[in-house]
Design a protein around this ligand. Structure first.
Ligand SMILES: Cc1ncc(C[n+]2csc(CCOP(=O)(O)OP(=O)(O)O)c2C)c(N)n1
Ligand SMILES: [Mg+2]
Length: 342
């Protein structure tokens, strides 16, 4: 399910559909929380496997765009069948012709499916081969990530600090993420229990929009905790907007993952010749940018420092910035496919 499902207010009906059918589900980045990430039918940890092996996909308010690998092989089965429900009629059948295309309000349509299932129950057998395979994959992938999620000390990779953020975030926090690794990896580590609480890079992944998203979220959802999680590259695009948060006293917690670069950085710039365009000034103290405007900045090198900073930041109503030092060569866990494989 995608963000269309969140915007349609169809979360309750979709959760009932998942419960009634026992089917495995995967959210798109901004569809996270439509069904809580902690729901036992989530196969997000085994996303690649689930997408590639599925013979039928029920697509609810989600586009088959680059985030969903265009619905094409090798990421999806060649003979994939798609049942698509979307209120955005122009999305029906995009990239992969839908076997069944329904242009409808998702809340109403899903409610009808749930009512139909009460008359004619149907379930993916919980002890059948499909669920056995998926459960094994989910368990194996979780085990694979465990060392990175629990890694202690410094320098930190991406996973442990994201796990600290996941632990510290209030249940109803609004999370804005922007960057490359910072944003991508956060999708698999940070859980959402409610719909509409994640503002990701969006359909086009345009850098520079995140700070504006965070300010808009803080203005339109007073009382809610807004956290803007940005890579240092992303912060370079729109980071000066922290001044707006100070001036309007918006309780936004800014977190910058400083790896000195775009996806990877360098511990030190080369002594000779110009630095490569992906590498930034090593050890930049983005916390001091916030201090320049009179608000609090934290600098964290270890998971413990980050946990302490998060506790203070999230207990306060004032905006602040937490600069998180990430190992410049840190990267994501090995992936089965390259980016934009279709
Ligand atoms: C307007 C715009 N320019 C350039 C890009 C290409 N781009 C994608 S992510 C990114 C920055 C990623 O670096 P960072 O935010 O530090 O994330 P990291 O991977 O280092 O965690 C850039 C420049 C883009 N998406 N949008
Ligand atoms: Mg970076």
């Amino acid at each position: 399910m995608g963000k269309g499902a969140a915007w349609a207010g169809a979360a309750e009906e979709i959760r009932r559909l998942v419960d009634a059918t026992g089917m495995p589900f995967l959210p798109s980045p901004m569809g996270k929380g439509v069904v809580p990430d902690g729901h036992p039918n989530s196969v997000a940890s085994a996303r690649s496997h689930a997408l590639a092996q599925a013979d039928l996909v029920l697509l609810l308010g989600s586009r088959l765009n680059w985030i969903m690998h265009f619905g094409l092989a090798p990421r999806f089965a060649r003979n994939l069948k798609v049942i698509q429900i979307d209120h955005a009629l122009e999305e029906l059948g995009n990239n992969v012709p839908a076997t069944v295309a329904i242009g409808a309000d998702l809340k109403a349509a899903t409610a009808q499916l749930v009512a139909g299932l009460e008359q004619h129950p149907w379930q993916v057998p919980g002890d059948g081969p499909w669920w056995r395979e998926l459960s094994e994959q989910v368990a194996a992938k979780k085990e694979e990530l465990r060392p990175a999620l629990e890694a202690d000390g410094a320098p930190m990779g991406y996973y442990r600090p994201l796990a600290e953020i996941n632990r510290a975030l209030p249940d109803d926090a609004i999370l804005v993420t922007e960057g490359s690794n910072t944003m991508d990896i956060s999708r698999s580590v940070i859980d959402h229990a409610h719909p509409g609480n994640r503002l990701d890079g969006g359909t086009w992944g345009t850098m520079g929009l995140g700070p504006g998203f965070a300010i808009a979220a803080a203005l339109t959802r007073p009382g809610r905790r807004v956290v803007a999680l940005l890579g240092d590259g992303a912060f370079g695009f729109g980071g000066m907007e922290v001044e707006v948060a100070v001036r309007y006293q918006l309780p936004i917690t800014w977190i910058v993952f400083t790896n000195n670069g775009i996806m990877v950085g360098m511990p030190e710039l080369p002594a000779d010749g110009p630095p490569p365009p992906f590498a930034f000034t090593p050890g930049a103290r983005h916390d001091k940018v916030m201090e320049a405007f009179g608000a609090k900045g934290y600098h964290c090198r270890t998971p413990q420092e980050l946990a302490r900073a998060l506790k203070k930041a999230l207990a306060s109503d004032e905006t602040c910035l937490i600069n998180v030092e990430i190992f410049p060569h840190a990267t994501r866990a090995p992936q089965q496919h390259n980016w934009l494989t279709r």
